[in-house]
Design a binder for this molecule. Structure first.
Ligand code: ARG
Length: 458
């Protein structure tokens, strides 16, 4: 039976019915919806709207629906294919199970507050799983950082070699980004977790439902304060997708870094077979499809963010059916983010650092030029002038086809009388790293400390 047949004499066009239906995807909300239904039924009992026996019949029926829905294939049954949405599905099953009393459950409620509460409860649980998935990626970063705690590689700006950093320092950069992402998700939850139930279709409800009690029962932090707002806003969906988009953006950067580092040209890391694919024609190939897909899937989530923002833009108060379009964007965001995090963790657990090659790359191409400039500063020269002197030395070294540490002290003195024998110590990889010993720098002691903090954080 339709939820709204009484006013209609004509049939619904079948193409429109299919267009209007959301059950194929919003069935995902069923358990969250059922939880809210139970609490609503009990609130109706407390308000004297339902008899205690009716409350029991309804809550028993809802429990059975939950059990049936958990059976594999139950929701896919062909006889349910034409169901309008998850809310009408629950009501139909309830009436089948307990008879006409089932029709009383919708008293004092609308699908507008029903869908809002179901989506919020659902998303609250999903955020908890996503937090765990982000944490696992962080764990994988930490494991890899521990394994290669002493190994350097070049750091880049403009994708040109800049200065040496520890590989662990590089990995912990991503750890930090993901920590902020976890904070952002937790923040989404604080605003999401208030209860719209009792808002009715748009104006509130005539029945004395104890909203504060319902909120406490459902683990919400409080109740929404305006019914028009509560049924029509989807800012929690937008915020969640936005937070997810930020995380996907990071994963795409990590993916890109690892793709570049695994090329023959860079050769810093080796990707394991578990996360690579071959070519259908070129037998020698081993491709980083796992990472490319993570990079590509970021685009999908960015698209969902645009869709969610656009869907609510200019929408008149209160509920409009446009809002049903939030579901697929939301669900696909959850799935894409979760699978991307899982694959990112797996990739991190299946890569090896080519220590020698990364180290060699870290000390060539004048990555220690800044050290040499800082050396002259310590000898009393103004930094800008030191920069100029070293620039000229670099040009000289390039012409000679030699690295800075391969120059002689006399050659260096031609550019400045301030150079002494100790310059070679100053520009060694070890002193270059050890010098960056302020909080947040790449000095081994500092990185070890941050690694310990990261582990404690997890
Ligand atoms: N499937 C709908 C949605 O996701 C549920 C609410 C329908 N409400 C209505 N008045 N048509 O938004």
């Amino acid at each position: 039976m339709k939820l709204w047949g009484g006013r209609f004499t004509g049939e619904t066009d079948k193409h429109f019915a299919a267009f209007n239906a959301s059950f194929s995807f919003d069935r995902r909300l069923i358990f969250a919806d059922l939880r809210a239904c139970v609490v609503h039924a009990r609130a109706l009992g407390q308000a004297g709207v339902l008899q205690q026996s009716e409350v029991e019949a309804i809550t028993d029926g809802l429990k059975k629906i939950g059990e049936m829905a958990a059976e594999p294939g139950f929701l896919d049954r062909p006889e349910y294919a034409a169901t309008e949405d998850v809310h009408s599905f629950i009501e139909s099953r309830l009436v089948e199970l307990i008879g006409q009393t089932g029709y009383k459950l919708h008293t004092g409620r609308s699908r507008n507050d029903q869908v809002a509460v179901a989506t919020r409860l659902f998303l609250r649980d999903e955020i908890a799983s996503i937090d765990e998935a982000i944490r696992d990626t962080q764990r994988a970063l930490v494991e890899l950082a521990e394994r290669y705690i002493d190994d350097p590689l070049p750091g880049y700006t403009h994708l040109q070699k800049a200065q040496p950093v520890l590989f662990a320092h590089f990995l912990l950069a991503y750890f930090q980004m993901l920590s902020r992402d976890r904070g952002r998700m937790a923040d989404v939850k604080t605003r999401l977790n208030s209860l719209p139930l009792g808002s009715g279709a748009l104006a509130g409800t005539n029945f004395p439902l104890d909203r504060e009690w319902m909120a406490a029962e459902l683990g919400s932090d409080g109740v929404t304060r305006n019914s028009l707002d509560a049924v029509s806003d989807r800012d929690y969906v937008i915020e969640f997708i936005s937070a997810s988009a930020i995380t996907m953006g990071r994963l795409s950067r990590l993916a890109e870094d690892l793709i570049i580092y695994s090329t023959q040209e860079f050769g810093f890391i080796k990707l394991g077979d578990a996360i690579s694919t071959g070519s259908s024609i070129m037998p020698q190939k081993k491709n980083p499809d796992s990472l490319e897909l993570i990079r590509g899937k970021a685009a999908r989530v960015f698209g969902h963010l645009t869709a969610a923002l656009t869907m609510t833009k200019g929408l008149p108060l209160a509920y409009n059916k446009d809002l049903q379009e939030d579901k697929e964007a939301l669900f696909d965001t959850i799935d894409t983010l979760t699978s991307s995090l899982r694959v990112a963790s797996t990739v991190l657990r299946n890569i090896e650092l080519n220590r020698e090659r990364a180290r060699e790359a870290a000390i060539t191409d004048y990555t220690n030029a800044t050290e040499l400039a800082d050396y002259l500063v310590r000898k009393g020269l103004e930094f800008r002038k030191a920069h100029e002197v070293i620039g000229r030395i670099v040009v000289f070294a390039i012409e000679q086809g030699r690295q800075l540490h391969e120059l002689t002290i006399d050659e260096c003195r031609r550019f400045s009388p301030l150079f002494d024998e100790d310059l070679f110590d100053a520009i060694s990889l070890e002193s270059s790293l050890a010098g960056k010993s302020q909080i947040g720098g790449t000095a081994p002691e500092q990185v070890k400390e941050e690694l310990a903090r990261a582990k404690a954080d997890l």
